[in-house]
Design a binder for this molecule. Structure first.
Ligand code: ADP
Length: 165
C-alpha cells in the first residue's frame, strides 16, 4: 500500500523551516501532499496560487534528490476531510518551541476524534531553522531587514517585490 502523508499549512511565505520538514516528512512516506490552506483570516501576503507555485518550484529539487513524490494542492475545507480526499494515513506538522505545542495539541486531539484512523506526526526542524516563522519573516521584510537566511533566494526576491509594490 502506498504511504501518503499530508503536510498542511499556510506557507505565507515558504521558509527554510518548512522545507526542512518537507525533507523529513518525505522520508516517512511514498507520497507527500503539501496542503496549502486558503486561510483568508490570516490575510496572506501571497495569493493561494502564488504559494502553490512557490512551493512546487522550491520542492522539485527535493524529489529529484530524494525520490518519492510531492504533490502541492490547495484546500479550503476541514483538514481531516481533505486528508481523506487525498488518501493520507498521516498528517505531518512541524513543532517549533513551546508556543506551538498548545495549539497543535488541541488540533491533534480534535482531529483524532474526527478521524481516528489518521495519525498526526510531529517533526522538528534542524536547530538552525527552528526559530523561523513566516509571520516574522514578513515583519522583518516590511521594515527593510535581511531575510535571506530564512527563505530560499527566489522567495526573498518575491517578498521584496511585494513589500515595494
Ligand atoms: P499554519 O497556519 O498551519 O500554522 P504555517 O505555514 O505557519 O501554517 O506552518 C505550517 C506547519 O509548518 C506548522 O506545523 C508549523 O508548526 C510548521 N513550521 C513552520 N515553520 C517551522 C519551523 N521553522 N520549524 C519547524 N516547523 C515549522
Amino acid at each position: 500500500m502506498e504511504r501518503v502523508g499530508l503536510y498542511p499549512g499556510t506557507f505565507d511565505p515558504l521558509t527554510h523551516g518548512h522545507l526542512d520538514i518537507v525533507r523529513r516528512g518525505l522520508k516517512l512516506v511514498d507520497r507527500l501532499v503539501i496542503g496549502v490552506a486558503t486561510n483568508p483570516s490570516k490575510s496572506p501576503m501571497f495569493s493561494l496560487q502564488e504559494r502553490v507555485e512557490m512551493i512546487t518550484r522550491e520542492t522539485s529539487p527535493i524529489t529529484a534528490e530524494m525520490g518519492g513524490t510531492i504533490d502541492v494542492r490547495s484546500f479550503d475545507k476541514l483538514l481531516m476531510h481533505f486528508a481523506g480526499d487525498v488518501g493520507a494515513q498521516i498528517i505531518i506538522r512541524g513543532l517549533r518551541a513551546v508556543s506551538d505545542f498548545e495549539y497543535e495539541f488541541q488540533m491533534a486531539g480534535m482531529n483524532d476524534v474526527i478521524n481516528p484512523n489518521i495519525e498526526t506526526v510531529f517533526l522538528m526542524a534542524d536547530a538552525s531553522y527552528q526559530a523561523i516563522a513566516s509571520r516574522l519573516v514578513k515583519e522583518i521584510a516590511i521594515y527593510g531587514g535581511d531575510i535571506t537566511s530564512f527563505v530560499p533566494e527566489a522567495v526573498a526576491r518575491e517578498i521584496a517585490k511585494k513589500v515595494t509594490d
